[in-house]
Design a protein around this ligand. Structure first.
Ligand code: MYA
Length: 476
């Protein structure tokens, strides 16, 4: 017995040595990220004082490189024009075949074309931030990275290059004049775009926030997404070139900060969140290996366990419509101000992100029958995954919890209705992160914790870490 204990002790201590070594290796080996304005994994960001929160590198518009970065010989830059059906289809195919998979390579995100257009063409989007890489000889699209503008607040400060205007907007004016008038340094300096030499053709006109729809340059950051390199071109250091080129094109437009999420751990997460999953169609989820039958449970009992009412339970629930946008934008912004890391939306952005689009985003409000006022809102988006190597089922239909606010209806009731609505629209599973006010409600509603973690990152912004329950930002 004694020697068993000793063995266990030794095994545990060698495990912890190995873990320490692994951590040290992870902390050391980032040939690309160690050159970027991001905190190192070993940096103690939590002891930063308020005055230390802000850009890591100052914005230096004059120093922004004018020419595109060089790609290896066989490749060329090629912006993807999502308005053209052929190009949207090419991007769809690249992602469908090569984008994010789960840890066991059983599922791969399958963003639809309407979803990609929605995700990448919000108000103020810049076509030159939809960066593709093609094989010169065949013109095949083999890599991509995308960015969209946003206005982001973190630890009470507006995330932006210039310290001039950084206070939180007042709750009564969600799209505050402070935010509207902020001008990132390079935009003010009128940095000129250039398509440079060689194979690139980006036309980088400088129109700071001109297309935002409600005036002024509100963009403080870009949200980066859809970084993808074809499976056959992995580990050839193409990703760092894509990231550098995107950074250059964003800097040219006067923006020097970004945020992004990833399943991998890189220097250095600002927040770490976890996925939770609520079975809507447990039989299919078990058949495809997404979930397992719990010990001592039969399929019949499992189906019963996850059964939901046929219709939403909250009186006054209806789809959000265009006329709701102004007031709902204000209410959502107010709600988001409660979180340490969260965006503020203009009305145009709210309209873009929240007005229902079939098969893409589903948003509902609760309207008080006597006052006709909207009191609550809930939404989810549709992001299916391809099921890899299953003969019976090809697609996992997943709904993802999106933005909401609740002033009258308990969140538990709102989220229950979201589950009912998602089930009614034939989704197999409802996913949510443990961000916003989600966590206590998820536990009540029979969500199970997944194995996936999602890290939140900021580029060129130093600040203390944020608890997942203080994250109010949902990236698609
Ligand atoms: S997250 C989704 C990412 N996409 C996928 O997971 C799809 C499947 N995987 C792939 O397509 C490839 O494996 C990718 C890497 C493209 C991910 N974010 O070219 P490489 C670093 C950032 O040899 P590959 C999303 O879209 C890695 O640590 N960096 O590797 C948000 C290493 O650097 P270092 C990543 O496997 C994207 C280097 O790349 C990621 O062929 C936000 C290796 O390069 C990752 N997810 O290709 C991007 N994965 O040596 C950052 C690996 O230092 C935006 N790496 O460890 C930053 C802000 C930019 C704008 C700033 C404006 C101001």
């Amino acid at each position: 017995m004694g020697s068993d204990k000793e063995d266990l002790k030794e095994a545990l201590s060698s495990l912890s040595v190995r873990q320490q070594r692994k951590n040290a290796d992870e902390a050391e080996k980032h040939a690309f990220w160690d050159t970027q304005p991001v905190p190192a994994l070993s940096d103690d960001t939590d002891s930063l004082s308020d005055t230390q929160i802000g850009p890591i590198d100052p914005a230096e518009p004059d120093k922004v490189r004018k020419q595109p970065y060089n790609l290896p010989d066989m490749f060329q830059w090629s912006d993807v024009n999502l308005d053209r059906d052929e190009e949207a289809q090419e991007l769809y195919t690249l992602l469908h075949e090569n984008y994010v998979e789960d840890g066991d390579n059983m599922f791969r995100f399958d963003y639809s074309i309407p979803f990609l257009r929605w995700a990448m063409q919000p108000p103020g989007f810049r076509p030159q931030w939809h960066i593709g890489v093609r094989v010169t000889q065949t013109q095949k699209l083999v890599a991509f990275i995308g960015a969209t503008p946003a206005e982001l607040y973190c630890h009470g400060a507006r995330v932006q290059a210039s310290a001039a205007v950084s206070a939180l907007p007042s709750p009564s004016s969600p799209s505050s004049s402070a935010a509207e008038s902020a001008q990132p340094a390079a935009a003010a300096a009128g940095e000129e775009g250039s398509s440079g030499e060689g194979d690139a053709e980006p036309s980088e006109e400088v129109v700071p926030g001109g297309e935002a729809g409600d005036g002024g340059n509100r963009d403080s950051v870009v949200e980066v997404n859809f970084l993808c390199v074809h499976k056959k071109l992995r580990s050839k250091r193409l990703a760092p070139v894509l990231i550098r080129e995107l950074t250059r094109r964003v800097n040219i437009c006067g923006i020097f900060q970004a945020c992004y999420t990833a399943g991998v751990v890189l220097p250095k997460p600002v927040a770490r969140s976890r996925y939770y999953h609520r079975s809507l169609n447990p039989k299919k989820l078990i058949e495809v290996g997404f979930s397992r039958l719990a010990p001592r449970m039969t399929m019949v009992r499992t189906i019963k366990l996850y059964a939901l009412p046929d219709a939403p339970q909250t009186r006054g629930l209806r789809p959000l419509k265009d006329a709701d946008c102004e007031i709902c934008c204000k209410m959502l912004n107010e709600h988001l101000l409660r979180f340490t890391l969260a965006p503020q939306l203009s009305i145009a952005e709210f309209r873009h992100w929240m007005v229902p689009r079939a098969g893409v985003v589903h948003s509902y409000v609760i309207e008080d029958s006597s006052t006709k006022q909207v009191t609550d809102m809930i939404s989810f988006y549709a992001l299916p995954s391809s099921i890899l190597g299953n003969d019976k089922h090809r697609t996992l239909r997943a709904a993802y919890c999106y933005y909401y606010f609740a002033t009258k209806t308990p969140l538990l009731a709102l989220m229950t209705d979201a589950l009912i609505l998602a089930k009614r629209q034939d989704f197999d599973v409802f996913n949510a992160l443990d961000i916003l006010d989600n966590e206590p409600v998820l536990k009540e509603l029979k969500f199970g914790i997944g194995d996936g973690h999602l890290q939140y990152y900021m580029y060129n912004w130093r600040c203390p870490t944020v608890k997942s329950s203080q994250v109010g930002l949902v990236l698609l």
